[in-house]
Unconditional design. Structure first.
Lengths: 115, 116
């Protein structure tokens, strides 16, 4: 089974802090994704990566950056956390491109609160 | 352009009765379609996928979905609901873009309640 592991289930940080969310997958997948999930808004794509050191902006990249130094690890960085970034963050991975019919495999999420 | 609409935000059924969760999509190209389930405080788990093979797709836990191109629908069904089916369900469409990339769109979700 594919395993996508997010380093923290719950995280509380203060406004202005730099926050790192870590995600590791064990299936040698090329693609990795970061989403945020908010009530009534569904899942929104923040960034994705299709290879090491490659990244593409998603629909809501403002206030975030990402890092992919190794194939199995994809980090989401909140440069200066703000209260409107309080949310559930989901990491996912997939092999090849999603449009080729490959499903995404999700971690259990990190519930981040910014105070 | 791509879009996906889940027609019901909430569905409530009694245990042992059929489940129907409705999904309509639009896509300029031949799409791949997926249903995912999310239990509280968990990530999304793949239930089933359609990728241009058989139009009736069987998934895990007794769920199935039928791809109907003429109706642009991909409704999720289960003959008999179980209490453990109570969760949120997401319909997802993914297709190639004319720019060469791919786009994946998640529906807003349908929350399924199962009454004893």
């Amino acid at each position: 089974d594919v395993k996508v592991t997010q380093s923290s289930r719950y995280l509380v940080k203060r406004t202005g802090e730099k926050v790192f969310l870590e995600c590791v997958q064990d299936m040698d997948h090329e693609n990795m994704f970061w989403y945020r999930q908010d009530p009534g808004l569904g899942l929104r794509l923040i960034y994705f990566s299709y290879d090491v050191k490659m990244k593409e902006k998603g629909d809501i990249p403002e206030g975030y950056s990402v890092s992919r130094e190794k194939k199995e690890r994809f980090s989401l960085i909140l440069e200066s956390a703000s209260t409107n970034q309080t949310s559930m963050y989901l990491c996912a991975s997939s092999s090849l491109a999603p449009g080729a019919g490959q499903p995404q495999h999700f971690g259990d999420g990190t519930r981040l609160s910014i105070l | 352009a791509q879009s996906v609409t889940q027609l019901d935000s909430h569905v409530s059924v009694s245990e042992g009765t059929p489940v129907l969760l409705r999904c309509n999509y639009s896509s300029s190209y031949s799409p791949s379609l997926f249903w995912y389930v999310q239990h509280p405080n968990k990530g999304l788990q793949l239930l089933l996928k359609y990728t241009s093979a058989a139009t009736l797709v069987k998934g895990i836990n007794g769920f199935e979905a039928e791809f109907k191109k003429s109706e642009t629908s991909f409704h999720l069904t289960k003959p008999s609901a179980h209490m453990s089916d109570a969760a949120e369900y997401f319909c997802v469409v993914s297709a190639a873009l004319n720019t060469g990339g791919f786009k994946t769109i998640f529906g807003a979700g349908t929350r399924l309640f199962v009454k004893a």
